[in-house]
Design a protein around this ligand. Sequence first.
Ligand SMILES: Nc1ncnc2c1ncn2[C@@H]1O[C@H](COP(=O)(O)OP(=O)(O)OP(=O)(O)O)[C@@H](O)[C@H]1O
Ligand SMILES: [Mg+2]
Length: 297
Amino acid sequence: MSQDPAELDPALLLRELAREKFARRAAEDLLEQKSLQLYQRNLELEREIATRRDTEAALRDQAAALVRSNSDLEQFAYVASHDLQAPLRTISGFSQLLVRRNAALLDAESQEFLRFIDDGTKRLHTLIQDLLAFSRVSRSTLTPAAVKLQDVVTAVCDQLRLSLQAASAVVDAAGLPEVLADNTQMSLLFQNLIDNAVKFRRKDVAPQVRIRGEREDSHWHLVVEDNGIGIPAEHAERVFTIFQRLHRETEYAGTGIGLPICKKIVERRGGTIEAAAAVGHPGTAFHIRFPVLPPPQ
Ligand SMILES: Nc1ncnc2c1ncn2[C@@H]1O[C@H](COP(=O)(O)OP(=O)(O)OP(=O)(O)O)[C@@H](O)[C@H]1O
Ligand SMILES: [Mg+2]
């Protein structure tokens, strides 16, 4: 078979060789460029990993600091509320003694001043008791067990029977689930929420409290809804802070510890609590969500 004469042409062969060389160099350049880019991207990634590691360490430190400061605060609340009781007892004891022994010698104004002292000490006593109740919620040992929420609500309504009857309140709770939780804390949670639902009722409107609960994937979602005065959206978070109230003591009695206690209970169970507007009518709906399985103690 005869060969193509062009293939044997040395000039052509040389040109072909040069073209190949050029193409190889271009490919090598490209490879070098890509390697450089890869190297730079690697460096960036390493930097990103280092930054992420630093951020994670900072977050861990912050979380540890938060736990420390939380337990410091709880310790403080406990010690302060304990230690404040003794001087308070002295003040109220001696002012009562003063009234009893010298009532005849005191003019009307002085007697009024002593009444103010008495009112003030009573209020302080309530605040201290509430602070103690709050710190007890965080300090108590939890005993998670299967708790039938339907039974919890029935028992709470029984405890609140007198105030429910006085307000002609109706509590409608049906088909509530059985959850793994601490029975005492669940009772305290519903007691505070039902008590609020009845207390913050609208004038001339009998309170209606609807409680329902269902499972949503790995969470329980409980709702306690009333037809009362409602909570303005801008105050929906504030009401969960200790001693924060939206009304004067003379309008609605209380110190502002009920919802912070509810929040503490739900958070210890690994969940959240939110206040939202009731749907379709005036009132408030408290939404509680917590995982089906309790967090490790
Ligand atoms: N169901 C509700 N409807 C309308 N407002 C509410 C309701 N629940 C709570 N609030 C508002 O949130 C505030 C805080 O509630 P929280 O239960 O902590 O305190 P309180 O009921 O006033 O006092 P305490 O619970 O200590 O007796 C209340 O003072 C009230 O202004
Ligand atoms: Mg309350």
